[in-house]
Ligand binder design. Structure first.
Ligand code: AMP
Ligand code: MG
Length: 440
C-alpha cells in the first residue's frame, strides 16, 4: 500500500489537507504498479491475445515486434534519375557525360551490367544494379537524349540518392517496442513487414456506474428536481477512445444496500470500476462506510479545479475466483468527471493495460485574454486553441467555467492547464495546453 492509501479511508489528514495533483497521480501509479506486480495478472501469457492487424488500433502491443526482413530489402533509388558508379565523378570542370544502357523500374529491375562511362535510367524505388552506387536526379541533368545524359561536376556526390538495404530497419531488430499504444502508422509499418497479426494485451474490462437519487435514464421523463444521467455517456465516449470493454452498470440510487450490491456486482465482473457522484462532502460518509467493508479506498480532497473530491483504491476480490478491482469514485459534476478522467483515470488504465507511454501530450499557446487563477491548486480551464493574427498558437476560454457546465467542454478543443503555484495569467502569457483530439 502507498502511504496515501495507508491513511485511508478515515485519515483526518486526507479530509482536511488538500492533495497536490502530482501526489495523487503518483499514489495512483504506485498502486497500479503494485497491482501489476502482485498478481502479474495483466501482463502474463493469458492476458495476451493475437489479433488481426485491422483490429489492432488503440490496443497495446504485448511483445516487441521483430522485423522478419531488411527494410528496404535491397539497395534502391530514392529519386527518378540516372544511376551510375561514383568512379565517373571527376574533379575538373568539364561536365560528366554518360551513355544510357537501359531503364530500371520499381518492380522491374535492369538485369544487365552498367560499365564505366555508362548509366541506367532509373525510377524511384527501382533496384540499384551492383555496379552503381550513385543517382543523379533527373532535374539536375543538363541534357538527356535517348542515348546519353550530361550534368555538371558537383551536382551530386558519390552514394547520394540511394537507399541502402536495411537502412530503415534490420532483420531481427524491434520495429515497434512492447507497450506501444498502436497508432495507424504502426499498423502500416507492421503491414510493410508482411505481418498480418499482432500480440496485444487483452482488453481491460471497465465497469461504469452513476450514483444519485436525482438521476434519470434517457427515455424517461424528468420529474421535479431530477436530471438526466449524462456522465455514463461522457465516460463511455472517453473509454471508447481506449478500445477496452465497457460494462455499463447503470444508475444506482443513493442508498447503502443498492450501492453495495452494485459495487459487488461490478467488482465480480470488471478489472476497474469507475463511478461518478456520491464522493462530495455531504455524501462521502455514506459511501465511505460501504467502502470500508468492500475494500481499501481513500477519500481525497485534491487541490484542483474542477474535480476536488475523489475516491480511489481497491475493491477486494468478491470470491476465490475473482481478482481485485481498481476503483475510481469520480465527482458527480459532469465537467469534473471528464477532467478527473483525463488527469488520473486515463493514465492508470493505460498503465494497467501494459502501455509504456501513459502521459497525455501537452503543448503551449498564448493566452488571448487574462485568466484569473489562485495559487495553491491546479486548474483545468476549457478553451479553444487556434492561430492568432501573427500566426502563433493562441488560446481563449470557452464561456462559463462552472464544473457542471458541460457545454464549456463540448465547445472546447483543449484544456488550459494552470499549474499549482501559478497566479493570475496576463494576456500574452504562454500557458500549457492539452488538446482533446489527436490527429493520428
Ligand atoms: P455529487 O458528486 O453526487 O454531489 O454530484 C455533484 C453534482 O453533479 C450534482 O449537481 C449532481 O446532480 C450532478 N451529477 C451527479 N451525477 C451525475 C450524472 N451521472 N449526470 C449528470 N449530473 C450528475
Ligand atoms: Mg450525488
Amino acid at each position: 500500500m502507498t502511504d496515501l492509501m495507508k491513511h485511508s479511508p478515515n485519515s483526518p489528514i486526507l479530509l482536511t489537507a488538500s492533495l497536490h495533483v502530482d501526489e495523487a497521480r503518483k499514489a495512483i501509479s504506485e498502486l497500479v504498479n503494485e497491482l501489476l506486480q502482485e498478481s502479474r495478472k495483466f501482463n502474463n501469457a493469458s492476458d495476451v491475445e493475437s489479433i488481426a492487424l485491422d483490429q489492432a488500433i488503440n490496443r497495446i502491443l504485448a511483445e516487441d515486434l521483430l522485423s522478419p526482413i531488411d527494410v528496404p530489402a535491397a539497395d534502391n533509388s530514392a529519386m527518378d534519375g540516372f544511376a551510375f558508379s561514383g568512379d565517373c565523378l571527376g574533379s575538373g570542370d568539364s561536365p560528366v557525360t554518360l551513355k544510357i544502357v537501359g531503364t530500371a523500374y520499381a518492380g522491374k529491375p535492369y538485369e544487365g551490367a552498367v560499365g564505366p562511362g555508362e548509366c541506367l535510367k532509373i525510377m524511384t524505388g527501382a533496384l540499384m544494379p551492383h555496379d552503381c552506387d550513385t543517382v543523379i536526379p533527373q532535374e539536375f541533368t543538363e541534357s538527356a537524349t535517348e542515348s546519353a545524359v550530361s550534368f555538371k561536376q558537383g551536382q551530386v556526390k558519390r552514394g547520394e540518392n540511394r537507399r541502402l538495404c536495411g537502412e530503415d530497419l534490420q532483420n531481427g531488430k524491434a520495429a515497434i517496442a512492447a507497450g506501444r499504444l498502436l497508432r495507424p502508422s504502426d499498423l502500416g509499418l507492421a503491414a510493410s513487414l508482411g505481418i498480418a497479426s499482432l500480440k496485444v494485451h487483452r482488453k481491460l474490462k471497465v465497469a461504469i456506474l452513476s450514483s444519485g437519487d436525482e438521476l434519470r435514464p434517457l427515455g424517461q421523463s424528468l420529474d421535479t428536481g431530477s436530471i438526466y444521467d449524462s456522465n455514463r455517456y461522457s465516460l463511455t465516449g472517453l473509454l471508447n477512445r481506449l478500445n477496452l470493454e465497457i460494462i455499463d452498470c447503470g444508475i444506482v440510487r443513493d442508498d447503502p444496500a443498492s450501492l453495495k450490491a452494485a459495487f459487488i456486482d461490478a467488482a465480480s465482473k470488471a478489472d476497474v470500476l469507475i463511478s461518478s457522484g456520491g464522493v462530495s462532502v455531504g455524501e462521502a460518509d455514506f459511501t465511505k462506510q460501504i467502502m470500508q467493508e468492500l475494500g481499501d479506498v481513500g477519500f481525497w480532497k485534491i487541490a484542483m479545479r474542477p474535480g476536488r473530491p475523489m475516491a480511489f483504491g481497491i475493491l477486494k476480490p468478491v470470491d476465490a475466483s475473482s481478482r481485485k478491482t481498481l476503483f475510481f469514485g469520480l465527482p458527480g459534476n459532469p465537467v469534473a468527471v471528464m477532467v478527473t478522467f483525463y488527469q488520473f483515470v486515463r493514465s492508470a488504465l493505460l498503465q494497467l493495460n501494459g502501455a509504456s507511454q501513459t502521459e497525455p501530450q501537452m503543448t503551449q499557446a498564448i493566452a488571448q485574454a487574462p485568466i484569473r487563477k489562485k495559487p495553491g491548486r491546479t486548474e483545468f480551464q476549457r478553451a479553444i486553441v487556434g492561430r492568432g493574427p501573427d500566426g502563433k498558437p493562441m488560446v481563449k476560454l470557452t464561456g462559463s467555467q462552472g464544473a457542471g457546465i458541460l457545454r464549456s467542454m463540448s465547445e472546447a478543443n483543449c484544456f488550459v492547464i494552470l499549474p499549482h503555484d501559478q497566479g493570475n495569467v496576463a494576456a500574452g502569457d504562454w500557458v500549457d495546453v492539452a488538446l482533446f483530439d489527436g490527429l493520428l
